[in-house]
Design a protein around this ligand. Structure first.
Ligand code: AMP
Ligand code: GLY
Length: 427
């Protein structure tokens, strides 16, 4: 069968890498892809928001299955558009992807269906927001309602900081129309986990547990990013926490979305805060996490294609997923300045040396080909991902890979996976 993957980041390189291993695949395309996907699929020069061009390509080339990576085309309604033309596509419809597209919607949904989450308010008015901030006290969290590439969340240490974050958002200066409404919520403490499932709207297959590293610097310092590294499994997700997440978060959300007339099919990603054996939901995403997707797919033993196809067909049947016992760790190498304005165009060296390491794979994100070289072209540039018998082994190998690769101004965290080691010496 012919498959098209939409997107061009590390997540999509990982999806292409995994899908390419399926014996069901005869031809694989990626739009727009990156130099990493180019080695495994045919890249198409179509951007993720050019829905009409994507549709025309899929239609004319009789693509059997389209797999949507990022949130933007989902929010623009790519799934509805493809299905209206009889094309199979993996991902939630526009009204289901709203669970990520609007934080106010997702908070209201959680409240309605008793999904544990932080206390919150939704505001379009500065004075009302300020009143809520004063009443709640700091630290307090201010979130732009709409999509903001993982950057629309401000953890304010003081009420003044929160008030000014709200002002920046409501005035449209910070995140454009995504910030014209804000969610303000109670600051939660604990340890985060990324809990992803694949669902057909009824049946749910949980993926292996994972943990992201959102802050740009070691020790979770500095501003939040799209994610500076991830590993799987995450020991913070014990069997008891897994069961709670399924029962209290995933099940009521999947059922609640169906009850709201927003049948949810695709990957549902719950960002969890775990504390004292309890879970609270920080957010929902309508897609695979990036970089969580990289370690998760390296650990996935089963062929992913039958599962993606079954979801597109609307029935998972009896399908299940098997996982390798090994742990996987992904260290993101980013460009200088990220998550602010970053430097582009530097030549990346050492990719060939890293490729010599067994059980290690370098997923491309913000790279582009120039002449015979690969150059920096984004904030998150590469995801160096390694398998190991333990998390510790996987960390060691991933950093061996990282040390072989270089460019001027490269930055990465040196503590990816450390929380797993702190929880248990035996993981
Ligand atoms: P979100 O996009 O809503 O997941 O927020 C991005 C990141 O901000 C999360 O992964 C957390 O690190 C942090 N965050 C969001 N909401 C809260 C909260 N209520 N309390 C503490 N940290 C939060
Ligand atoms: N790594 C966090 C996200 O994909 O939203």
């Amino acid at each position: 069968m012919k498959i098209l993957v939409i997107g061009g980041g590390g997540r999509e390189h990982a999806l292409v890498w995994k899908i390419a291993q399926s014996p069901l695949v005869t031809k694989l395309y990626c739009a727009p892809g990156n130099p990493g996907t180019a080695a495994l699929a045919e890249n198409l020069p179509i951007a993720v928001d050019q829905l009409d061009k994507l549709l025309a390509f899929a239609y004319e080339n009789r693509i059997d299955l389209t797999v949507v990576g990022p949130e933007q085309p989902l929010s623009l309604g790519i799934v509805d558009l493809f299905e209206a033309h009889g094309l199979k596509v993996f991902g939630p419809s526009q009204n289901a992807a709203f669970i990520e597209g609007s934080k106010a919607f997702s908070k209201d949904l959680m409240k309605k269906y008793n999904v544990p989450t932080a206390a919150y308010g939704v505001f379009t008015d500065q004075a009302e927001a300020e009143e809520f901030i004063t009443r709640t006290g700091a630290p307090i969290v201010v979130k732009a309602d709409g999509l903001a590439a993982g950057k629309g969340v401000i953890i304010a240490q003081t009420c003044e900081e929160a008030v000014s974050a709200v002002r920046d958002m409501l005035s449209g200066n910070a995140f454009g129309s995504a910030g014209s409404r804000v969610v303000i919520e109670e600051f939660l403490t604990g340890e985060e986990a990324s809990f992803l499932v694949i669902t057909d709207g009824k049946k749910v297959i949980p993926l292996a547990s994972a943990q992201d590293h959102k802050a740009v610097f070691d020790g979770d310092q500095g501003p939040n990013t799209g994610g500076m590294g991830a590993y799987s499994p995450a020991p913070v997700v014990t069997q008891a926490i897994h069961d709670k997440a399924m029962k209290q978060v995933i099940r009521p959300t999947v059922d609640g979305m169906a009850a709201e007339g927003r049948l949810y099919r695709g990957v549902l990603y719950a960002g969890l805060m775990v504390k004292d054996g309890e879970v609270k939901t920080l957010e929902f995403n309508a897609r695979f996490g990036d970089p969580e997707c990289q370690p998760l797919l390296m650990r996935m033993k089963s062929d992913i294609v039958p599962v993606l196809l079954a979801v597109a067909d609307g029935d998972l049947g009896e399908l299940a997923l098997e996982w390798h016992d090994k742990a996987a760790v992904c260290v993101v190498m980013a460009s200088e300045g990220y998550p602010g304005d970053y430097r582009k165009g530097d030549v990346i060296t050492g990719l060939d040396l890293a490729a010599k390491l067994d059980d290690l794979y370098v997923f491309h994100a913000g790279t582009t080909a120039k002449d015979d070289t690969c150059v920096v072209n984004g904030g998150r540039v590469l995801g160096v991902t390694a398998l190991g018998t333990t998390v510790k082994d996987a960390i060691t190998l991933a950093y061996q890979g990282v040390k072989r690769i270089s460019w001027p101004g490269v930055q990465y965290r040196s503590d990816i996976g450390k929380k797993a080691l702190e929880r248990s010496e035996s993981v």
